[in-house]
Design a protein around this ligand. Structure first.
Ligand SMILES: [Cu+2]
Length: 172
């Protein structure tokens, strides 16, 4: 009983003290947070400018590197001086030019037929310049051509005889 009566004022006083302490602590904590926030904003904002510039710079450099890499790949492929786009169908070629310039020539074949077709150049040891390509697909091949007359044909049995043959002049 007496212990309880002694404790009540203490715990009451203790609670009042605790409330004041909690209030002060909360104020100090909030003030500290505000100061930290203020410092973060003041220091962070000037830092954001250079940070953005630094972030943007690498974005531009890799893009330039990619372009150079693409150019290098094209160079590795021979970087055709001339591109000849033509159509293969069942069973004939269309849109093949009568002549091209000597050098590296890329042949792009659009197979609009139903059957498979390729494009071989007889004078290059029957080299298959454009691989066997299913109907509806496009394929290409690059070849080095010296001046002269060349015969292009499809190596699928029966196709050359059916009309898949063309003559092209390579001019020096
Ligand atoms: Cu063919």
């Amino acid at each position: 009983m007496s212990a309880t009566s002694h404790e009540d004022p203490r715990s009451g006083g203790g609670s009042a003290l605790d409330s004041a302490t909690v209030a002060w602590t909360a104020f100090a904590f909030t003030a500290t947070l505000l100061v930290i926030l203020l410092l973060w904003v003041l220091l962070g904002t000037p830092g954001a400018g250079p940070a953005d510039e630094v972030a943007e710079a690498p974005d531009e450099e890799p893009a330039a590197d990619d372009d150079e890499a693409a150019d290098d790949e094209a160079a590795d492929d021979g970087e055709a001086e001339e591109t000849v786009e033509f159509v293969a169908d069942d069973n004939f070629y269309e849109d093949l030019p009568d002549s091209v310039s000597a050098g590296t020539v890329e042949f792009v074949m659009d197979n609009q037929g139903a059957a498979e077709h390729d494009m071989v150049i007889e004078e290059l040891g029957d080299e298959e310049v454009v691989e066997l390509t299913p109907g509806g697909e496009t394929a290409s091949g690059t070849v080095e051509l010296e001046p002269g007359e060349y015969t292009l044909y499809c190596s699928v049995p029966g196709h050359r005889e059916a009309g898949m043959e063309a003559t092209i002049t390579v001019e020096g």
